[in-house]
Ligand binder design. Structure first.
Ligand code: ADP
Length: 257
């Protein structure tokens, strides 16, 4: 089984609210189809310019402290449902039997941490060869009232539960760089292990509501400690996702034990 994350930076234009990259997603869907036909596949996607602006506007990442935020909770869910529908629509058009699963209906958080995922629906879909498509979402939180559950955190917990053979994170940059990729001198780091991670001097500016590349790497290092290898790639480059899903070596960052 393959666990694939489609980054919000990849499937939306992050700087323009509610801008879905239709053309990119249509191509990604055609690159995903062979893997979906070959083996089990679970897709997680991020919020990009659908989820993050609302989460930040209503400070949802800090929990509920005023009634005004309730509208933000509802609007964030609505935006993520819309994005999920667009992603699932492109996958269906390409021939993938994709099935949207509402993360906020199956996730329980406490103090901003994901504590439980009710996975019977996901397991049922996998058993029958359908492709569950989950997303980062607003979620119930027993301490904070509500919180924002990032696609990367969801990916970590799904991996620990579903034990995939391959984990691929598709984003809009080639992998983890020593500094912001647009900064002169920034270099791609081809491999990161938990043991060496603290020695690497990485500048990982966050920027979105869920911690950006820093959070992503933390989640993947945690997975690496459990023996899972994951690969971060730039899926804006045509063909790279298809190759990564089939196990061919491609430019990117491998995070492993
Ligand atoms: P996604 O939405 O695809 O999951 P994020 O937006 O969370 O991805 O993180 C990817 C972004 O992180 C890139 O678009 C890049 O601009 C930014 N970034 C900041 N620092 C780094 C770094 N050191 N290496 C790679 N990307 C970085």
């Amino acid at each position: 089984m393959i666990l694939l994350k489609l980054g919000g930076s990849l499937i939306t234009r992050k700087e323009v609210p509610f801008s879905f990259r239709h053309r990119v997603m249509r191509r990604l869907a055609s690159e995903i189809l062979p893997a979906a036909e070959r083996e089990g596949l679970v897709v997680v996607h991020g919020g990009g310019s659908f989820g993050h602006p609302l989460a930040l506007e209503y400070s949802l990442h800090r929990g509920l402290s005023s009634e005004h935020q309730l509208r933000g909770v509802a609007l964030t869910r609505h935006a993520m449902a819309e994005l999920n529908r667009l992603v699932v629509g492109c996958l269906l058009d390409a021939g993938v039997s994709a099935f949207g699963v509402q993360t906020s209906a199956i996730a329980k958080c406490s103090g901003g941490r994901l504590e439980g995922l009710e996975l019977s629906t996901v397991r049922w879909l996998l058993k029958h060869g359908l492709v569950p498509v989950l997303c980062g979402d607003v979620a119930q939180d027993s301490e904070l009232g509500a919180c924002i559950l990032s696609g990367d955190t969801l990916l970590r917990v799904l991996a620990l539960e579903l034990k995939p053979e391959r984990i691929v994170l598709a984003t809009d940059v080639d992998g983890v760089y020593t500094a912001r990729p647009d900064k002169p001198g920034a270099e791609l780091v081809p491999e990161i292990t938990p043991r060496e991670a603290h020695r690497l001097k990485l500048s990982l500016e966050g920027g979105d509501a869920t911690g950006g590349m820093r959070r992503k790497l933390e989640e993947l290092l945690e997975l690496a400690k459990h023996g899972y290898t994951s690969l971060i790639i730039n899926a804006l480059e045509e063909g790279r996702l298809r190759k990564a899903l089939s196990g061919e070596s491609v430019r990117g960052t491998i995070v492993k034990r």
